[in-house]
Design a protein around this ligand. Structure first.
Ligand code: ATP
Ligand code: MG
Length: 404
């Protein structure tokens, strides 16, 4: 624990606190970084809370990005790293269940800690490692418990996203949800339907990527949280098809691919629309789903490895391993196959569309060119023809394209 605190990113981050103090303000490490430091876990982002306003922070540091000034948040670039610095604040009512109606800047860290979701996230720490722990967060860390700050029902009503966040943290750090907190989650869970799907997605992405995803999924099912989550709420049978054992999936595109496979009634396009996924997620899901269909018919082979972008090997092998635990696949296997491939893309093929048109001058340009090239790629990838211009030409002459 001590070691980590004396290492980057804390090493530089302590200087930020000192600098803010030199200008007469207070500043602390807050949130996940304090929790993860106490847990001896790898630190994600280092976040700060301060009595200085965003304007004042802009006066102290040279490189400040005003990402959410109205909520009190700026990003400071310091020694090649980015830090989120948020002014001590109090939140008004969340009447739309999306954003607090108003944010009020305050002067004490104590008030700021009260608005935080769970005791384990409501710890502040100064640059010497001294911790402010108003809600026994340290004790909950010791006992691996997720417990709301204050009355659970009230806090979940105020922002029902916290219900999903509880599951997300159980996945990321493997903690159990304290009994009273759990009961409050069950009472308030219908309110989840009022939150924007964009906020839900952020939490679910982290949930499915967590080391203890199985634990979070058990809560998801046993507390019947799924009854209030997009798509799941209209297809309660979906969770019955869940795999026995999950492994962390780092892309939501992989999650959608898996869910569509176990429950084809909901298409990938429906998932993407209902969960308002980005084009990047959509792209991953379509690639993986295509590969999975192929895998189902042919197993793992050169063509699958060739057609799937290597950046998706990990995602694909994880999905396959979850779906077919008796026949696990590793990304290493895929890379080994890939290294042995004679070509890694159309560009490496010794023949291109123009060569093909020159060989058959009477044929008009058309779809047949692309399709024929694809056939050649496949033959080459499977080692059935050598990737050599003359050899390919000879083969083509013996197998003229059927353009009708
Ligand atoms: P991670 O390491 O995944 O970033 P984190 O604990 O930092 O975990 P964030 O979502 O980045 O989680 O939130 C930062 C901190 O802000 C939390 O630790 C918590 O104190 C507070 N917080 C964030 N969202 C909420 C919320 N909806 N309600 C109350 N407090 C919140
Ligand atoms: Mg964070």
């Amino acid at each position: 624990m001590k070691v980590l605190f004396d290492e980057p990113p804390f090493l530089e981050a302590k200087e930020i606190i000192t600098k803010i103090q030199q200008f007469g303000y207070r500043a602390y490490f807050v949130g996940g970084c304090v929790r993860d430091l106490l847990l001896n876990k790898e630190i994600g982002d280092v976040d700060f809370a301060t009595s200085a306003t965003p304007q004042e922070i802009m006066g102290i540091f040279d490189h400040v990005i005003p990402v959410g000034v109205e909520h009190g948040t700026v990003i400071v670039r310091y020694k090649h790293r980015s830090y989120e610095i948020t002014t001590f604040r109090k939140e008004g009512k969340y009447s739309d269940q999306r954003h607090p109606d108003n944010v009020k800047f305050i002067t004490t860290i104590e008030e700021d800690l009260k608005r935080r979701d769970f005791t384990i996230n409501a710890l502040a720490m100064d640059q010497y490692g001294k911790i402010i722990d108003l809600f026994n967060g340290k004790n909950d860390i010791k006992h691996h418990l997720i417990r709301t700050v204050g009355d659970g029902k009230e806090r979940f009503m105020e922002d029902p996203l916290r219900i999903i966040r509880a599951l997300r943290f159980s996945s990321q750090i493997g903690f159990s949800i304290e009994e009273k907190t759990k009961r409050a989650m069950i009472k308030v869970k219908p309110q989840i339907e009022k939150i924007s799907v964009e906020r839900i997605l952020v939490e679910f992405q982290k949930l499915f990527a967590g080391d203890e995803v199985d634990k979070a999924i058990r809560y998801f099912i046993h507390l019947k949280i799924y009854e209030h989550v997009p798509i799941f709420k209209d297809h309660p049978k979906l969770v019955e098809c869940f795999p026995k054992k999950w492994i962390p999936l780092n892309s939501f595109g992989a999650v959608i691919t898996l869910l569509n496979y176990i429950y084809p009634k909901v298409t990938i396009t429906e998932w993407i629309k209902a969960w308002k996924c980005s084009n990047a997620i959509k792209n991953v899901a379509h690639h993986l789903a295509f590969a999975l269909t192929y895998y189902n018919q042919n197993g793992i082979d050169e063509w699958l490895v060739y057609t799937l972008p290597p950046r998706l090997y990990k995602q694909f092998s994880d999905v396959v391993t979850i779906l077919f635990p008796n026949d696990p696949l590793t990304e290493k296997t895929m890379f080994t196959i890939s290294e042995r491939l004679p070509i890694h893309g159309k560009k490496e093929l010794a023949i291109d569309g123009n060569d093909l048109l020159n060989l058959f001058p009477k044929n008009k340009k058309g779809r047949w060119v692309g399709e024929y090239i694809r056939t050649l790629e496949k033959k080459v990838v499977f080692g059935q023809i050598e990737n050599n211009k003359n050899v390919l030409k000879e083969w083509i002459r013996c197998h003229p394209p059927d353009i009708n």
